[in-house]
Design a protein around this ligand. Structure first.
Ligand SMILES: Cc1cc2nc3c(=O)[nH]c(=O)nc-3n(C[C@H](O)[C@H](O)[C@H](O)COP(=O)(O)OP(=O)(O)OC[C@H]3O[C@@H](n4cnc5c(N)ncnc54)[C@H](O)[C@@H]3O)c2cc1C
Length: 545
C-alpha cells in the first residue's frame, strides 16, 4: 500500500517549501504530488521565456473566469502554473513581500503568530538575497533573490520623476514599508529563473525520505468520518490511492485547493448538494473571499533610446540572445517589470494601496498565445489596487475533478476599487509628464489623451483591465464563521488536513504574491512539524532574526 507520513498536494511556490522543510527531518516520509511535469527547458529557465509560457498547454492551466459584471461581462484569462514550481515556474519573478501592516492586520483578524515581526524570520529563512544577510534579509536560504542584470536609463528617470512627484526613492521594498519608487528584485539566480522547485526541491531531490511524483492529478481527499486519511489521484490514466500516516497538506493554489476541498465534500452544504457531492463538513467559506489584483495599462510612445523594444526585435534580438547565452545577462535576464511605485490612492487610505509596475518596453499578447514585442519605441506601466475591496468566489463547475473550477472574481464589485484605479492612472500620467522622464515621452498610446475625464478613464478600466495573476484568500485563515483554516492552517472541523498556500491569506498582501506565499510555505511547515515537538525542540526549529 502507498503510504507516507505527509502528502503534499501541489509542487508550487508554497508546496515546494513545505515538502523541503518537512523532509529536512529524515525520520519523516514526504510525498509531493504535482499534476504537471518538469519545467527545466531553456525557455523555462530563461527569464524572458515568460513570454513563451503564456497560454502554454504544457505548463499552464489557462483558466478563464466567468463573465465579470464590473468589466462589461468580459471573461478574463487566468494563467496558473502546472509544473514543478507551480506558478513560480511561469511567473514574472518580481520579488515583493508586502507591507508590514498587511501581516499585522492578519494577526488582528484572529491569527496570532502572523504579524510582521512573526513572519519576518520566515522571509529571511527563505532567501539568499544579493544584498547580503541583515536584520531583514537572509544570506543562506534556498531562494535566490537578485538585483536586475541591467537597469535601463529610462527606469532611472522613472524613479527620479516619481521622486519629483513626491514619492520617496526606495532602495529596498522588503523592509515592510513600500510607499515610494525604486527598482525591484527578482527570484533569479545566475541569470536563470529560480522557481520554488529549483530553489527548494531540486537540491534535495535525492533524499531517501522525499518522493516527488509528476503527472499526478489529485481528484479528492479521502476521509474516515472527519479525519483525512489519503488522496485519490489519476496518474498516466490510472487511478491510485495513497494514504498519509500523519497529515495531508493542500498546496494546490488559491483555485485548486478550495476546488479539491469542495470535490471532497468540505464546503458550503448547499453547493455540494447541488452537485451531488456527499457532505463531509459544512464550511461555507471554502472558495469565498477570492481576491485578485486587477491591472490596467498605460502605454506611451517614446524617443528612440528610451525603450528596449528595438533590442528585442530584428537582428538585435539575436545579439541579445547570444549575449544571454554567453553571459546570462542583458534584457533576456530580466523579470517582467523593472521598477515599482507604491502610493495611496487618496488621503483617507491608511497606507499605499496602489502599485505601478513600470517597464521601458511593450508587447502585444495575441489571442493565439503568441507574445510579440511591439515594433515601435514605447514604455508601459501597469496600475493596480493592491488591497481591493471586491471579493469573488471559486466554486464547482461540475463534480468532475478534471474540470476547471468556476471562477467569479467580481472585479470592481466595490466602487472604491474603480476610483482607486482611476486615481492610480492619474498618478502614473503625472509621473510620465514630469522631468526627467517627460522629455523621453512622445505621446500616450493607451488609454490616450482622449480619455481625459474620470468617466472616460473608468470606462477604459472596465473595457481594458485584466488580471495581474495574484489570486488569494479562498481558504482564509481566521476564527470567524467564514474562516476555512485556523491560524495553524488546519482545516476547521477536520483532523489531519491543512491548507498551506496563497489561499490562506485572509487579505491579499499589498503587492506581488510569490514571496509571501513562499513565506507561508516556510511557516506552515514549521507549524506542522512543531506540533509534535516538546517546547525546547520547537524553539530550536523556529528561525531567529
Ligand atoms: C503568469 C503569472 C505571473 C506572475 N507574476 C508574479 C510576479 O512577478 N511576482 C510575484 O510575486 N507573483 C507573481 N505571480 C503570482 C505568484 O506566482 C503566485 O501567487 C504564487 O506562485 C502562488 O503560489 P501557490 O503555492 O499558492 O500556488 P501555485 O504556485 O500555483 O502552485 C499550485 C500547484 O499545485 C498544482 N496542482 C493544482 N491542482 C492540483 C491537483 N489537483 N493535483 C496535483 N497538483 C495540483 C499546480 O499544478 C501547481 O503546481 C504570478 C502568477 C502568474 C500565474
Amino acid at each position: 500500500m502507498d503510504q507516507y507520513d505527509y502528502i503534499v498536494v501541489g509542487a508550487g511556490s508554497a508546496g515546494c517549501a513545505v515538502a523541503r522543510r518537512l523532509s529536512d527531518d529524515p525520520a519523516l516520509g514526504v510525498l509531493l504530488l504535482e499534476a504537471g511535469g518538469p519545467s527545466d527547458g531553456f525557455w523555462n529557465r530563461t527569464p524572458a521565456g515568460v513570454a513563451r509560457l503564456h497560454k502554454s498547454e504544457q505548463f499552464n492551466w489557462n483558466y478563464m473566469t466567468l463573465p465579470v459584471p464590473g468589466l462589461r461581462d468580459r471573461t478574463i484569462y487566468w494563467p496558473a502554473g502546472k509544473a514543478l514550481g507551480g506558478s513560480s515556474a511561469i511567473n514574472g519573478m518580481v520579488y515583493i513581500r508586502g507591507d508590514r501592516r498587511d501581516f499585522d492586520n492578519w494577526a488582528k483578524l484572529g491569527n496570532p503568530g502572523w504579524g510582521w515581526d512573526d513572519v519576518l524570520p520566515y522571509f529571511r529563512r527563505s532567501e539568499t538575497n544579493a544584498r547580503g544577510s541583515s536584520a531583514v534579509h537572509g544570506g543562506d536560504g534556498p531562494l535566490h533573490v537578485t538585483n536586475p542584470a541591467i537597469v535601463h536609463p529610462t527606469v532611472v528617470d522613472f524613479i527620479r520623476a516619481a521622486e519629483m512627484c513626491g514619492l520617496p526613492r526606495r532602495t529596498d521594498f522588503a523592509l515592510g514599508e513600500q510607499e515610494g519608487s525604486g527598482t525591484v528584485q527578482y527570484t533569479i539566480r545566475n541569470g536563470e529563473r529560480h522557481s520554488s522547485y529549483r530553489a527548494y526541491i531540486e537540491p534535495v531531490r535525492d533524499r531517501p525520505n522525499l518522493v516527488v511524483e509528476t503527472g499526478a492529478h489529485v481528484c479528492r481527499i479521502l476521509f474516515r468520518e472527519r479525519t483525512a486519511t489519503g488522496v485519490e489521484l489519476i496518474q498516466g490514466g490510472q487511478k491510485r490511492t495513497i494514504f498519509a500516516n500523519r497529515e495531508i497538506i493542500l498546496s494546490a493554489g488559491a483555485l485548486r485547493s478550495p476546488h479539491l476541498l469542495l470535490l471532497s465534500g468540505v464546503g458550503d452544504g448547499r453547493q455540494l448538494q447541488n452537485h451531488g457531492v456527499p457532505l463531509v463538513a459544512h464550511l461555507p467559506g471554502v472558495g469565498r473571499n477570492l481576491q485578485d489584483h486587477l491591472t490596467v495599462r498605460v502605454q506611451a510612445e517614446t524617443n528612440r533610446l528610451s525603450s528596449y523594444n528595438r533590442d528585442l526585435r530584428g537582428w538585435r534580438k539575436y545579439w541579445q540572445g547570444a549575449r544571454y547565452v554567453l553571459t546570462k545577462g542583458g534584457y533576456l535576464a530580466l523579470g517582467t517589470s523593472s521598477a515599482a511605485a507604491f502610493f495611496k490612492s487618496s488621503a483617507s487610505v491608511e497606507y499605499a494601496d496602489v502599485e505601478i509596475s513600470f517597464r521601458p518596453m511593450t508587447f502585444t499578447a495575441h489571442p493565439s498565445g503568441k507574445v510579440e514585442v511591439d515594433g515601435y519605441d514605447a514604455i508601459s506601466g501597469s496600475v493596480y489596487r493592491v488591497r481591493p475591496a471586491s471579493r469573488g468566489q471559486v466554486g464547482l463547475a461540475s463534480p468532475n475533478p478534471l474540470d476547471a473550477p468556476s471562477i467569479q472574481p467580481n472585479y470592481l464589485g466595490a466602487p472604491e476599487d474603480l476610483e482607486a484605479t482611476v486615481a492610480g492612472i492619474r498618478v502614473l500620467r503625472q509621473i510620465l509628464s514630469t522631468e526627467p522622464l517627460a522629455s523621453r515621452i512622445r505621446k500616450e498610446i493607451v488609454p490616450g489623451s482622449i480619455a481625459d475625464t474620470n468617466e472616460k478613464l473608468a470606462d477604459y478600466v472596465r473595457r481594458d483591465a485584466a488580471s495581474v495573476f495574484h489570486p488569494a484568500g479562498t481558504c482564509k485563515m481566521g476564527n470567524d464563521d467564514m474562516a476555512v483554516v485556523d491560524s495553524n492552517l488546519r482545516v476547521r472541523g477536520i483532523e489531519r488536513l491543512r491548507v498551506i498556500d496563497a489561499s490562506i491569506m485572509p487579505v491579499v498582501t499589498s503587492g506581488n504574491t510569490n514571496a509571501p506565499t513562499i513565506m507561508i510555505g516556510e511557516k506552515g511547515a514549521d507549524l506542522v512539524r512543531s506540533e509534535r515537538l516538546v517546547p525546547q525542540e520547537r524553539e530550536a526549529l523556529a528561525p531567529t532574526t
